[in-house]
Write a protein that binds this ligand. Structure first.
Ligand code: DC
Length: 222
């Protein structure tokens, strides 16, 4: 069974997706990690988001390994590139601008689609922006999470503070979220959009447990 969860940055997909995957014993495939991996490696090699030819060549050579255990990051690396653990760099707010530029490139997206589908063989909760529309249009159930920008900024703040006592100012986080929202919604290929058959989950003002219960209640029996 494939459970698709799409939505903008900070809408709660990762937290809820992980809980659902753990409860059901499913894999958790966070497709944003593919774009993060490409961005981290491009920066390491000094390749800019405008150099599509070099990026495409690089993506073809890379061995991106996404850990699909819902416990990943706690007892094993979440993301490795050619065997190097890059989980930390992948969530550095400093990569945000290039990340959304790279995620807009149709040639890069095309190359990542197959790897994303391959990582989600079998029973999986799959997180992203275009899962219900492009990656798994036949998913067994599709959710689309929403939350106002201010609440999503506050969630990112808490996440970052928990992860490493971040000193990132709120204004930077706001810009990051707004720029990514705009880029994700306005890009020509696979924009952030709810599939016509997606269940809309408005997470504003709800606790994690409320959202979790709402999602569990809508799952098809299996
Ligand atoms: O979910 P995230 O914040 O880790 O996503 C990182 C970036 O990748 C974000 O700018 C949107 C992009 N993305 C995408 O375009 N399509 C996906 N399926 C997942 C993420």
């Amino acid at each position: 069974m494939i459970i698709a969860i799409d939505g903008p940055a900070g809408s709660g997909k990762t937290t809820i997706g992980r809980m659902v995957a753990e409860r059901l014993g499913f894999a958790l495939v966070d497709t944003g990690l593919f774009y993060r991996a490409v961005t981290v490696e491009a920066r390491r090699r000094g390749i800019g988001a405008g150099d599509v030819t070099s990026l495409v060549q690089m993506v073809g050579e890379l061995d991106i390994d996404i850990n699909t255990s819902p416990k990943a990051g706690r007892d094993s690396p979440l993301l490795t590139i050619d065997g190097r653990d890059v989980s930390r760099e992948a969530h550095d707010p400093a990569i945000a601008m290039e990340l959304s530029q790279i995620a807009q490139l149709p040639d890069v997206r095309r190359l990542l689609v197959e790897s994303q589908r391959r990582s989600a063989r079998g029973d999986a909760v799959v997180l992203g922006r275009d899962i219900g529309t492009v990656i798994f249009p036949d998913a067994d159930v599709k959710f689309f999470f929403t939350a106002p920008a201010a609440e999503r900024v506050a969630r990112r703040r808490r996440e970052l503070d928990r992860a490493r006592g971040s000193a990132t100012p709120d204004a930077v986080l706001e810009q990051e979220i707004e720029a990514r929202d705009r880029a994700d919604q306005e890009r020509e290929v696979a924009p952030l959009r709810a599939a016509s058959d997606a269940i809309i989950v408005a997470t504003e003002g709800k606790s994690v447990h409320q959202v979790f219960d709402e999602v569990m209640a809508r799952l098809p029996k299996h």
